[in-house]
Design a protein around this ligand. Structure first.
Ligand code: CTP
Ligand code: MG
Length: 179
């Protein structure tokens, strides 16, 4: 029961987890804020680029559609959710990128340089962004599949997965800092 809930929660959040890593690999180029500042600090900073945000959103959406090809085989076993509605997958991926962008906005407003850690916000920005965004644009699918126990599980395991994934990305040299 608990194992199914944890696996289902991770499954549901894969289209929200992947965009950050895709953005790290694909990012670069024109910053979203166009180099503009607000006061003494950049609006968002050079770490938020159009290419990263678009690649993360498209990649996460395609991943959700790809996972749907597997779900008939997994349904009724360990995965307790239906195949992703395309808009749900898109909303999870886009929301993760938007949450990450909002976090950078807050980091700059609080004087944190690019790449500096912002505990709690770093771990939960994309969860809040993805769940809110997908609920807005795919309310039907989310209200059926995001049950209360899955939501609580997501909020508990995501910070742990995020910390672990960033340490791995740091160790393999994909990220400058282990957070
Ligand atoms: N990235 C990107 N576009 C995005 C998100 C991420 O290009 N929308 C790339 C950037 O190269 C960025 C890296 O992924 O440096 C790591 O992402 P993140 O940790 O979110 O950015 P930081 O550089 O740490 O900047 P910030 O302090 O604003 O979070
Ligand atoms: Mg960072």
């Amino acid at each position: 029961m608990i194992v199914e809930t944890v696996i289902t929660s991770i499954w549901l959040m894969v289209p929200a987890y992947a965009p950050n890593s895709i953005a790290v690999l694909a990012g670069g180029g024109q910053p979203i804020d166009g180099g503009r500042s607000l006061g003494d600090e950049r609006l968002l900073g050079d770490g938020k680029t159009w290419r990263g945000a678009v690649a993360g959103t498209v990649g996460g959406t395609l991943l959700a559609l790809g996972m749907n090809l597997l779900s008939p085989r997994l349904a009724g076993s360990v995965i307790e959710v239906e195949p992703f509605a395309p808009l749900a997958g898109f909303g999870l991926a886009l929301g993760a990128m938007l949450g990450d962008i909002c976090a950078s906005f807050l980091k700059r407003r609080t004087g944190r340089e690019r790449g500096k850690a912002f505990p709690i916000v770093d771990q939960l920005d994309f969860v809040a962004g993805s769940l809110i965004c997908s609920s807005v644009i795919s309310y039907g699918w989310m209200s059926e599949n995001l049950t209360l126990h899955i939501l609580v599980t997501i909020l508990v395991i995501t910070p742990l997965i995020h910390v672990g994934a960033n340490i791995i990305a740091y160790l393999v040299g994909a990220k400058e800092e282990p957070y």
